[in-house]
Design a protein. Sequence first.
Length: 567
Amino acid sequence: MAETGATSVTPDERCAIGITFGNSYSSIACTVDDNAVVIANEDGDRQIPTILSYVDGEEYTGNQAKAFLVRNANNTVTSFRDFLGQEFKSIDPTHCHAAAHPKDVDGGVSFTIQDNVEGEPSTVSVSEISTRYLRRLITSASDYLGKKVTSAVLTVPTNFSEKQREALIKATTAAGIEVLQLINEPTAAVLAYDARPEAVVEDKTIVVADLGGSRSDVAVVASRGGLYTILATAHDYEFGGASLDKVLMDHFAKEFMKKNKDVDPRENARSLAKLKAESEAAKKALSIGTNASFSVESLAEGIDFQSTINRLRYETIARKVFDGFNRLVEGVIKKAGLDVLDIDEVILSGGTAHTPRIASNFRSIFPATTAIQAPSTNPNAVNPSELLARGAALQASLIQEYETNDIEQSTHPAVTTVPHITNAIGVVSLGDDGEDIFTPVIAPETAVPVRRTVHVATPKEGGDVLVKIVEGNTHIKVTKPEAKPKENGTKDDDEDDSDDDDSEEEEEETREKVWKIGATLGEAAVRGVKKGSKVEVTINVAGDLGVTITSREVGGKGGIRGVVKAP
Ligand code: ATP
Ligand code: MG
C-alpha cells in the first residue's frame, strides 16, 4: 500500500473533507452532524469542472476555466487526472484534443502553458497541475467551512495502479493536504447510501455503475454485515458522457451544415468548442425535460444557430452508447459469476447517471426485485453526482480521530477487498415432500472471519436431531411456458403465419434463483432433544477460511463440535 500523508497533523488539529477528483468534474464534501454535505465553490458549483486555465498570468478553475476552452484552449488543461503516475507512452490523450496537449517529458506527462504574464511558456508536469487544481478545491472548502482544511479522503477508480495512487497522494500532499486514505469509488458510493438515516444495512449484492465523462466503471459489491467486498470490476473508455456529447455534436453539426451550405462547425477549433459546450448543456437539459434548446451565437463563419431536440430523438441517436452501458453492466455481473437475479440493488453514480434512459434500460435488464437507485427511477435516490464525494466525506469523518499510523490497519478491511467465502454456508432440512431444503446461514461472498448462529427445527415430540451443514450456491432455474395443446392439429401451418394467434404462446419463460446443495461441511446428531426444545447451530469461519460448527440443544449442556480445515 502506498504511503499516506507526509504532512503531520495530530487528530485534534485535523479538519478533514472528502474529495472526488475526476477527469471531468470534481466535488468536495464535509459532514455536518454526521450528514454528508457537498460544498459549493465560490461560483456556486457543486460539480466543479476539473480544468485549469491561464489568462494573463491569472489562474482560473472550474466553470470559469471551462469557458476559456473557446478562446484560450492552448492554455487550458483538461482531463488530466488519469495521467497521474502514468508513463506518457501509455496514456490516451483523446480528451485533451481541444485543450493543452499532453507532452512527453522524461517519459512522464507534462503540459506547456503560458501561465505567467510575460516570458516563455512553462512546462508543467501533470503532478504539478493536479496539485494546483487540488489547492483550488481545498481553498474553496476552507472558505466554505471558515477554517483551514488539513486532511482529506479521496476516491479513486478500482483500477488505479499502485503508481497512480502514489502519484495522487504525492500531488495532494504537495498541496498541503494530509491524505487520510484513498478509497475505491464504488465503495464510496455504497457507503453514501448506507449512511442515510433511513438505510437498513443488510446483506445484499450491489452493482455500482459509475458513469462519468471520459470513462465508465462498474463493480459488483457484496455488502455483508456492514463490510464491503468488491467481487468484480469492469471499465470502459469508449462509452461515457463525452460520447453522448459527441452524438449531439454530430447531430447539430449536420443540421447546421444542411442550413448553411455545408459549413462544418467541427472543422474549426473555436466552433467545435462552442458546439461541444452547448451540446453538453442540451444533454443535461434532456435529463430533466423532454425538450432542449440549442443556441449558439456565431457558431461558425459568424452564423448564429438555433435548434431544439426532444428526448425521444436524442434517445434514438444515442442508442449505441446506451447499449454500451447495458453490456458493461451485464458483463461485470457475469465476471462475478453471478446472474441479474443475484443483484439486490443497482446504484447509479456519476454525472451521466442522471440520464433517465440509462436507468430505465437497467430497469428492464433486472428483475422487479432489484432496486434501481437513480433519480428517474427512485425519488429518494442520492444525487449520483454527489455520491462519491459524500462517501469520501463520511469515511473522513469516521477516521479523522485516528492517529495517522493506525489508519491503515484499522480501516482498511472495511473499505477494500478482504478474504471472503465463495459459497453460502447453511443447513439442510427435510422438506414436506421428502426433498432436502437448503437454508443459507452465511451468504456467499461474506468477508471472514464471520460467525452466525441459527436455530434448527426439531421434531415436535423431541428426540434425535440430525444437523447437516453444507455449502450452497445458487443457480438459475428456467421454466419454459408449457406448450399449449393445439386444438386442431391440421390447422398448424396456417396458424404459424398469423402473429396474433401465436401471441399467447410467446409467454416469457420464467427464471428464478434456486439453491443447489454443494459439499457437506459437517453432520452432527444431537441426541435426546427435549420436547419443544430447539437446537442451536453456530457456524464460525476463521480468517483462514477454516470452518468450525457447534451444535447443541438450547439450554442443554455440552454440544458437538466439528472442524473443517482451511482449504
Ligand atoms: P470521468 O473521470 O469519467 O471523465 P468524472 O468522474 O470526472 O468523469 P462525473 O461528474 O461523474 O465526472 O461525470 C461527468 C459527465 O456527466 C459529463 O459528461 C457530464 O456532461 C455528465 N453529466 C453531468 N450532469 C448530467 C446530467 N444532469 N445529465 C446527463 N449528463 C450529465
Ligand atoms: Mg468518475
